[in-house]
Unconditional design. Structure first.
Length: 152
């Protein structure tokens, strides 16, 4: 009888563990956005941006591929979804649309969006190419900087 109780308890633990994983997947809205693929901070950032409509038309599938590099085209679309009419797109952006974004590129575009809101901010990034999850964290940080940029 004791063995039967242990089996039932083990099964309950497994079911509860699996259901919490499913909740984690559902929270961000993508199958591959979970604690096995990225950190909790990135999951929250992706969830917030998705909820605000930032990924509409960009990442509408079942997977997000959070560790894949984000392209300039994708980034500009996400920014425009969040801040319509505030994103400056140049010929250089179009020529290099399929190139991966760097910290410098991401922050420079956000500085320009802030300027469109009448705010002057200074934010410089480096040459590191950013993943989709990393870009989500940058956007969330930007959105939390001032209520003018809020996306939730």
């Amino acid at each position: 009888m004791k063995n039967m109780h242990r089996i039932v308890i083990a099964l309950l633990i497994m079911v509860l563990g699996m259901s919490s994983t499913v909740v984690c997947f559902a929270d961000a809205g993508y199958k591959d956005v979970n604690k096995k693929t990225i950190d909790a901070k990135s999951i929250r950032s992706i969830k917030l941006i998705k909820k605000a409509g930032g990924f509409k038309g960009v990442f509408d599938g079942k997977k997000f591929y959070p560790n894949k590099k984000m392209t300039r085209r994708q980034y500009l679309m996400v920014l425009d979804n969040l801040y319509p009419g505030k994103v400056e797109v140049t010929m250089n952006d179009l020529k290099k649309a399929n190139k991966s974004v760097t910290e410098k590129y991401v922050t420079s575009k956000m500085v320009k969006v802030a300027k469109e809101f009448g705010m002057t901010i200074s934010w410089k990034g480096g040459k590191k190419k950013l993943s989709r999850a990393s870009v989500a964290n940058y956007i969330k940080s930007f959105a939390e900087f001032d209520s003018a940029f809020a996306i939730d």
